[in-house]
Write a protein that binds this ligand. Structure first.
Ligand code: NDP
Ligand code: 2IT
Length: 451
């Protein structure tokens, strides 16, 4: 017998809370996983005695650094940057970079923890990491963003590498920011290597990386509906967000014959009863990305739509919901409303958009509910394919990549069924994703001994 007896779930979570004070998002993410893993581990002594979950819930390292930059008016600004390297048991650390004023160490630790399971689910050899800064890109000029990215990379470069840690984009970080960061990395190191993903097609990027997260979330939704003998045709969808993930999820739903009713941003949501068609999605993409506009301006362009300031879209009756903005944007009350209104499927494009109450409500209602670590894994999966292409120094064709993305999403769906099938036609996708992701990482860690 080990020196200490096994703690139960409550005892384990008490320890996590004590060791991570004032980090509610991190504690929430660990709790959601631990609820399933403790059940799974009941008869698996080795995972207990080797303290595997305890070790995964303690990042390998958290690097925190100062980022100084000069704004257009000549003021010196000071931001905080981080890289959380959670676990590299199955491959180099891999995960996005987020620039948003809400970024804290807790947010990045939860994201890096989630990423560890998500990346394992893809079947590709990638560990889990996440980085970012509390820098707010809103209202900044392109030159200010460039100076910030360069300063951020001036510290980050020493912690990353194609076989060490490979960052990518996330909220507030798209192709432009990846370009500025890659340029600075190359300038400092003189090394042209696949150290970031989400790169431009001319300089080592992969086709369909931009679309992959949103498309993948819809492929996962399709897989879930197929278990009920259904498809997307004629079904209504409510989507939050209007960034990379939301607009590409909307695009794929429209392509597959569904009708998208809403999009949102931090100012509120728009409801278009006629459906947000491809030309309207194109308008939103240009408006949000290139003009850096607000979603409320949609109603001036498409007057049959309405704007609902300060609100989330979950009260709009729908068949399917796709939260694609940010964490904890869909609360217990929203989950109740969606279920009461007849929503049958939820596919998370964002990371941890549903709070713990909401997760429990979706599970109790036994609807088709996919957690982000399963349904939004298409983005990082194509990032993994970008890494492979960089290593091989070649580029695959679009059709090949599309097929690989579809195959990876249905592989994740199969893993969820394998560990989450509760019988009676109900699949607990949260449990399935947690156990399948955990098992792969845990078994690798067992092989390495106590490190
Ligand atoms: P973008 O920056 O492209 O878009 C983010 C969208 O979410 C914007 O519409 C933004 O509105 C909205 N948003 C951000 N923060 C908040 C907030 N606090 N409250 C309300 N709305 C908010 O980011 P992505 O589309 O890339 O990311 C969206 C989600 O998807 C995130 O959870 C991310 O972690 C996740 N994800 C992204 C992947 C990727 O490949 N990009 C991969 C897997 C997951 P506003 O314009 O007002 O800020
Ligand atoms: O949350 C995520 O999976 C991402 N932001 C994408 C990470 C990646 O490395 O492509």
């Amino acid at each position: 017998m080990a020196v200490t007896d096994h703690v139960d779930l409550n005892g384990f979570m008490e320890g996590v809370k004590k060791r991570n004070p004032h980090q509610p998002e991190f504690v929430q993410a660990v709790q959601e996983v631990a609820e399933d893993i403790f059940e799974f581990m009941q008869d698996k002594e080795e995972y207990h005695s080797q303290q595997i979950l305890r070790r995964i819930a303690e990042p390998d390292r958290v690097v925190s650094f100062r980022v100084c930059w000069e704004d257009d008016a000549g003021n010196i600004r000071v931001q905080r940057g981080w890289r959380v390297q959670n676990n590299n048991a199955i491959g180099p650390y891999k995960g996005g970079i987020r620039f948003h004023p809400s970024v804290t160490e807790s947010v990045l630790k939860f994201l890096a923890f989630e990423q560890t399971f998500k990346n394992a689910l893809t079947g590709l050899p990638m560990g889990g990491g996440k980085g970012g800064s509390n820098f707010n890109p809103k209202g900044k000029s392109v030159r200010e963003i460039m100076r910030f990215c360069q300063s951020f990379m001036t510290e980050l470069y020493r912690h990353i590498g194609a076989d060490i840690d490979v960052p990518a984009g996330d909220i507030g970080v798209g192709g432009r920011e990846i370009g500025f960061m890659f340029g600075q990395y190359k300038r400092i190191t003189n090394n042209f290597t696949g150290v970031l993903t989400g790169k431009g097609l001319e300089w080592g990027g992969s086709l369909i990386r931009t679309e992959a997260t949103g498309y993948g979330a819809v492929y996962f939704l399709e897989n879930m509906l197929a278990t009920k003998g259904e498809n997307l045709a004629g079904k209504t969808a409510v989507i939050s967000g209007s960034g990379n993930v939301a607009t590409h999820a909307a695009e794929k739903i429209v392509q597959l014959g569904g009708k998208v009713l809403t999009l949102s941003d931090s100012g509120g949501f728009i409801h278009d009863p006629d459906g947000i068609t491809q030309d309207k999605i194109d308008w939103v993409k240009t408006h949000k990305t290139h003009r850096r506009g607000r979603i409320e301006e949609y109603v001036a362009e498409f007057p049959r739509a309405s704007f609902h300031a300060g609100k989330t879209p979950w009260g709009v009756p729908c068949d399917m919901a796709l939260p694609c903005a940010t964490q904890n944007e869909l609360l217990g009350e929203d989950a109740k409303t969606l279920v009461a209104n007849g929503c049958r499927a939820v596919s998370e494009g964002a990371n941890m958009p549903t709070d713990l109450d909401g997760v429990h409500i979706f599970k109790a209602a036994k609807i088709l509910y996919a957690p982000g670590k399963a349904s939004n894994a298409g983005g990082v999966a194509v990032s993994g394919l970008e890494m492979s292409q960089n290593s091989e120094r070649r580029s695959w064709k679009e059709e090949e990549l599309q097929q690989m993305l579809k195959d990876i999403m249905s592989g994740i769906h199969n893993s969820c069924i394998r560990y989450g099938d509760q019988g009676g036609g109900y699949i607990d996708y949260v449990k399935g994703a947690n156990i399948a992701g955990f098992k792969k990482v845990a078994d690798a860690m067992l092989a390495f001994g106590v490190v």
